[in-house]
Design a protein around this ligand. Structure first.
Ligand SMILES: Nc1ncnc2c1ncn2[C@@H]1O[C@H](COP(=O)(O)OP(=O)(O)OP(=O)(O)O)[C@@H](O)[C@H]1O
Ligand SMILES: [Mg+2]
Length: 212
């Protein structure tokens, strides 16, 4: 086995990195052994998984790793089908650099506003640098907190079309169930019918990433 490694990063705080990482992990865990590496000193992904009751653990393993991430990724790779790395909201520094050297894909969640899109430009630079060592790295924006039933505004469409990094066709809507599922240490997959629309969004993202 050699895990598909998906890094999730954006220097902007609150863009949805941990939400995307944990929900994708729950979906990927149905396909193969899945690990979440919590590379954020805030430890949000670890705290999330720790909310789960004894009888219903979070469906993927979540571990905290600080430093030496390129080496740690190689160490875990043979034991998993999928590894997601939840990066800290820091300018592309040592952590993100190390992760991008070992990753197959990078996802950059971003809120659908021009200013948030501009803030993610720094990630495009980090990808350019990482490609010197990791030529096959694939990088995509993922729109998060899309308003239900409303198309992208013209401003956002315009800003998107000017970005160097392409966006996935699929994104995540703004849905209360994404917030609620954190409290019981599960994901939208654990919310029954209430989570169905959110699950469909996460599944579409997973299928798109696996086909990149
Ligand atoms: N699609 C969504 N619908 C509703 N709420 C969301 C959605 N995505 C994220 N949130 C909420 O927005 C907040 C920020 O999300 P999250 O913690 O995933 O961002 P982050 O990028 O990991 O933040 P940080 O930079 O601090 O690590 C959280 O309260 C989360 O529950
Ligand atoms: Mg986070």
């Amino acid at each position: 086995m050699r895990a598909h490694v998906i890094a999730i990063a954006n220097q902007k705080g609150g863009a949805g990195k941990t939400t995307l990482a944990m929900n994708m992990a729950a979906g990927l865990a149905r396909r193969g052994r899945t690990l979440v590496i919590d590379a954020d000193p805030q430890g949000t992904a670890s705290q999330w998984a720790a909310q789960a009751p004894d009888g219903a653990p979070f469906p993927a393993s979540v571990i905290r790793v600080g430093g030496a991430l390129t080496r740690e990724l190689e160490r875990f790779r043979p034991d998993y089908g999928f590894i997601l790395v939840d990066c800290p909201p820091a300018p592309a520094g040592e952590t993100v650099r190390a992760v991008l050297i070992g990753a197959d894909s990078l996802l950059v969640p971003v809120l659908p506003s021009p200013v948030d899109l501009w803030a993610s430009l720094a990630m495009a630079k980090a990808v350019e640098d990482a490609r010197l060592h990791n030529r096959s790295l694939r990088a995509r924006l993922v729109l998060n907190q899309l308003e239900p039933r409303s198309a992208l505004t013209r401003d956002v469409g315009q800003a998107l079309s000017e970005m160097e990094m392409p966006a996935l066709r699929s994104g995540l809507g703004r849905r209360a169930v994404f917030r609620a599922s954190v409290l019981d240490g599960s994901s939208v997959y654990g919310q029954g019918g209430r989570g169905a629309a959110a699950v469909a969004e996460v599944e579409a993202i997973i299928e798109e990433v696996l086909a990149l």
